[in-house]
Design a protein around this ligand. Structure first.
Ligand SMILES: [Fe+2]
Ligand SMILES: [Fe+2]
Length: 432
């Protein structure tokens, strides 16, 4: 879960480790104000999953503000919350846009900005809470995630809750996340200053004092400690064991596939469908046990690295510029880097890493040759291409299954494995 939360940091434009740092600060704060130890687990999961809904509003952020979603989110988290601040960010991010277009954007923002922002936040918060429930978190955690963007003075979003009406768990995690973001971007002194300034407006004043006292005692230096992870996970107690059973890992992988799919309106249920097709193909080709399971999880998480690709590129309808292609081509590598941090997922990381490789060595990101591409990787690559061809994309309509199969057969041997394509027929029963 912690390794996968790195993927969420990427989507939010935060540096990797932000969720883990937030969890650490929040746990320390909860302890300082005397919350019982049992609360630790809820604090931990709220912090790790705090951005689980973030991918669902990435496309909307790009549409409304016209800029790269990650950049806006990263800057927004260190800027003010007024529409003026938002407009300034939007315009500063597009310095080359002609003045009339900038003005039009400003007017649109002024007219519909608040309403749109509320809708965008609502979507994000609800999705985050849904995902937490799907993974098996308590209602308390789901509710806390729902209310993470509320502010103490009632000027937060989406519900405008005020004071004690905001769950304590949300208040703890919000102030901790804010402290970590400012500390990493502007340094510890500014971070403390911001927490002080926002006391009573964004943040619960009863939490700012104990948090600042902890900072006086060196809390922010502890973020660099090698034992940080250990401390954070001790809050999970015996659950770490329960969480490592197969069924639970499958649920977590499936929830993260939903997060990836939610990022762009064009990917619909891509990861879930690729997984269903890949699993059916793998069965037909005789895979079973762990190998079959790894194919399914690898397929679910193959595009995890897309969380690090801005929607300005993902949703683009015009042809991509070479530098934009370069960004797209990094996503299998990112998927691999994230998955490799999970010990159990070594095989899964390789399968995900290879989904854009080709048998003729012309694929990306490593240009591997046929000998290096095992059956599991070949299965996921075929399922990925087939699913993509039979779905609508920003630049073309969906293809029929027959046409997609005919094209894939033609390229078999160079691009995709012939033995896998041969097993790809009667897809409905395959993915059933
Ligand atoms: Fe991909
Ligand atoms: Fe894909």
């Amino acid at each position: 879960m912690a390794a996968l939360s790195v993927a969420l940091d990427l989507t939010e434009g935060q540096r990797a480790g932000h969720a883990l740092h937030t969890a650490y600060l929040a746990l320390k704060l909860a302890d300082r104000i005397g919350l019982p130890q049992e609360t630790g687990r809820a604090v931990l999961y709220t912090a790790l999953l705090k951005d689980a809904g973030c991918s669902s509003n990435a496309a909307a952020v790009t549409r409304i503000f016209g800029i790269n979603d990650q950049e806006l989110k990263a800057r927004q988290s260190v800027a003010g919350r007024s529409m003026l601040a938002m407009a300034y960010l939007s315009i500063r991010s597009l310095p080359n846009e002609p003045l009339p277009l900038q003005l039009r954007r400003l007017i649109v923002l002024a007219l519909s900005g608040t309403r749109e922002r509320r809708a965008v936040e609502e979507l994000r918060c609800e999705r985050g809470a849904d995902i937490a429930r799907k993974i098996g978190c308590s209602d308390e955690v789901a509710q806390a995630i729902m209310d993470l963007h509320e502010h103490w003075d009632g000027r937060g979003l989406p519900r405008g809750l005020r004071g004690d009406a905001i769950p304590l768990l949300s208040r703890i995690v919000t102030i901790s996340a804010g402290l970590d973001i400012f500390a990493s971007v502007r340094g510890p002194a500014v971070a403390r200053q911001v927490v002080r300034e926002r006391s009573g407006s964004w943040y619960d004043p009863d939490l700012t004092a104990p948090l600042l006292e902890l900072c006086d005692g060196g809390l922010l230096d502890e973020l660099a400690s090698p034992s940080l992870k250990e401390y954070v996970f001790s809050a999970d107690g015996d659950r770490a064991i329960a969480f490592s059973d197969d069924a639970h890992i499958d649920r977590i992988a499936s929830a993260f596939a939903d997060i990836v799919d939610a990022k762009s309106p064009w990917t619909g249920r891509h990861s879930q469908r690729v997984a269903a097709i890949a699993e059916g193909l793998a069965r037909r080709l005789g895979l079973s046990g762990d190998r079959l399971r790894h194919v399914r999880i690898g397929a679910l998480l193959h595009d995890l690295g897309k969380l690090g690709v801005p929607n300005t590129i993902l949703d683009k309808t015009e042809p991509l510029a070479p530098e934009e292609w370069a960004v797209i081509k990094r996503h299998p590598q990112l998927s691999r880097e994230i998955l490799r941090q999970i010990e159990l997922f070594a095989a899964v990381a390789e399968i995900a890493a290879c989904h854009h490789e080709r048998l003729d060595g012309k694929g990306y990101f490593r240009g591997l040759s046929a000998e290096s591409l095992g059956l599991s990787a070949r299965v996921v690559a075929v399922a990925d291409v087939f699913e993509a061809m039979t779905s609508e994309r920003p630049y073309r309509p969906a293809m029929t299954e027959e046409r997609a199969l005919a094209i894939m057969r033609k390229s078999s041997g160079d691009h995709l494995a012939a033995e896998v394509i041969a097993a790809l027929s009667d897809v409905d029963s395959l993915a059933a």
